[in-house]
Design a protein. Structure first.
Lengths: 261, 258
């Protein structure tokens, strides 16, 4: 096959585009104090933020799986009026500024919120300033990634396998767990990982809805933001850790589940 | 309405500029000649008062456009040290000002232009019946504060220590304004902020005074930033803030004079 001649303008613009993303990463790499990396990462504050981030982002992914897969299933399989609108509403946080998401969460689940005031009155449950609040903020922002990925997987799968299983007498639940889930496994995995990575990086909705307190609601991105004011070197190192995690997720997903790099 | 405001403001500003002497003694010609845009990086607690000062300064110097960047003082410091284009820096404490000065980012001497005091901010009507610092430690009460890097957060800790009150905040917000807004939203029951922040949100929240024995007086200095490309306009703004007109305007927002 003859190699296509690439127009020089395209190459030049693409190079500028690539540099735009790569230079900031280089900046972090160059400015990070490698000598202090270990002590920065081992600082109790950092460990606390890292632990909270992992717990919250994994919980958010769990909630997203439990609630998001049924939504994706309905979007892919059930025709009903308003489906497009509902899908848009449940994936809105992908394009919404996270701070706006945080304010909306306060107005719904805050102490004076639509549902939050009832929770507070009836059960004495308040969500802002709690780890549960962090999980909610992260779920709100990250679940759409899972919904869309799983919906795409469900739409592209061959439904004849399910029909065959049904004709062989399998119950609907058995078909779902033994046929459907394995078939959409790659999308499910990709959706969950994307959702987790997004949750891990969540900042705006978290600080607005859940606040900022070490060990309770101060996740890694919040710690990075505050460290920038007190200990810049540590904040560079933490940024780099978040960056590496994101990079590993993206490269891993692309090579394994979303076709070759 | 607009005309009436400018009629009031212009003479006041001009008078003030004349009265200030020194650099702005040639007020009228200079007012005409000043041009350009300057960026003022000011502590979050100055939001309303500086916007108002900006309007009257612009009326006196129509050629100068002011851009404000309001945030927690340490955030502003970081931005300036990372190369943000700032012309004037107004800090809510002397510590951050000294740091910027020590790192070589200022020109001229920082001048104190205002003082402020702490108050407890509670929801309008004070539903939890908070009467003083000791009440902040009541069980079940949601108290939030600012991070200790934010001047107000540091002052809050000092006030609580003087009063011998131990209370763990539920959140450490990044500036005073977000403490006020979370109390206003009803998510938190109380926080310690500046008296001026309570005044700015009057009606929506209310203040509980902190006795002088426990209170901390915040000192606000401002300075021209070293890399300013328009030091004439930057210094004119600083002179205006320090002028009688600027001072009385700050006092109308609840600040104590320089």
């Amino acid at each position: 096959m003859r190699r296509e001649r690439v127009p020089i303008v395209v190459v030049a613009l693409a190079a500028v585009g690539a540099a735009f993303f790569i230079l900031p990463l280089l900046g972090l790499l160059v400015r990070s104090p490698w000598r202090d990396a270990v002590s920065s990462l081992a600082a109790p504050e950092t460990i606390e933020a890292l632990k909270l981030s992992l717990i919250a982002s994994l919980s958010a992914t769990g909630v997203a799986l439990v609630l998001g897969v049924p939504l994706a299933w309905i979007y892919a399989r059930v025709e009903f009026p308003g489906r497009g609108v509902l899908r848009a509403l449940t994936t809105l946080p992908m394009v919404l500024p996270p701070v706006v998401g945080g304010i909306a969460l306060l107005l719904a689940f805050g102490r004076r919120g639509l549902l939050g005031s009832w929770l507070d009155r009836s059960f004495g449950i308040t969500l802002p300033f709690t780890t549960a609040g962090v999980v909610m903020a992260e779920t709100f922002v990250a679940m759409p990634f899972l919904i869309l990925t799983v919906e795409a997987g469900l739409r592209s799968m061959d439904r004849r396998y399910e029909e065959a299983a049904r004709t062989l007498g399998a119950s609907r639940w058995r078909v779902f767990t033994r046929v459907t889930l394995p078939l959409i496994g790659p999308s499910l995995f990709a959706g969950a990982v994307l959702c987790w990575a997004r949750a891990l990086g969540e900042f705006g909705a978290t600080i607005t809805f859940a606040g900022n307190f070490p060990g309770v609601t101060q996740t890694m991105p919040l710690a990075v933001y505050l460290l920038l004011e007190t200990n810049q070197e540590a904040s560079f190192i933490l940024s780099l850790v978040l960056l590496l995690i994101s990079l590993v997720v993206l490269v891993g997903l692309r090579s394994r589940w979303l076709g070759s790099v | 309405m607009r005309i009436r405001v400018s009629l009031l403001v212009v003479p006041a500003a001009l008078l003030a500029a004349c009265g200030n002497g020194g650099g702005t003694s040639a007020a009228s010609p200079q007012a005409m000649s000043l041009r350009g845009t300057i960026s003022v990086f000011a502590a979050a607690s100055l939001t309303d008062s500086f916007k108002s000062l900006g309007t009257s300064f612009h009326a006196a110097h129509p050629g100068v456009t002011l851009q404000f960047n309001f945030a927690g003082t340490p955030t502003l410091l970081t931005q300036i040290e990372q190369g943000a284009q700032a012309d004037v820096f107004a800090s809510a404490d002397t510590t951050n000002m000294d740091k910027l000065n020590g790192d070589g980012f200022t020109t001229g001497t920082a001048q104190v232009f205002a003082h402020n005091q702490l108050e407890i901010v509670v929801a309008a009507g004070n539903p939890k019946g908070i009467t003083g610092l000791a009440d902040l430690a009541k069980p079940g009460l949601i108290y939030i504060s600012e991070a200790a890097t934010v001047p107000a957060g540091k002052y809050s800790l000092q006030a609580l220590a003087k009063a011998g009150v131990t209370v763990t905040p539920r959140s450490l917000e990044t500036d005073v304004k977000s403490v006020v807004s979370k109390v206003e939203l009803g998510e938190a029951d109380a926080g310690i902020v500046y008296a001026t922040d309570v005044k700015a949100a009057a009606g929506r929240v209310q203040g509980v005074p902190i006795p002088a024995a426990y209170n901390v007086v915040a000192t606000y200095p401002l300075v021209a930033v070293k890399d300013t490309k328009n030091s004439a306009a930057a210094n004119a703004f600083i002179a205006y803030v320090l002028s009688a007109a600027g001072q009385s305007r700050l006092e109308s927002f609840g600040f104590l004079g320089a």
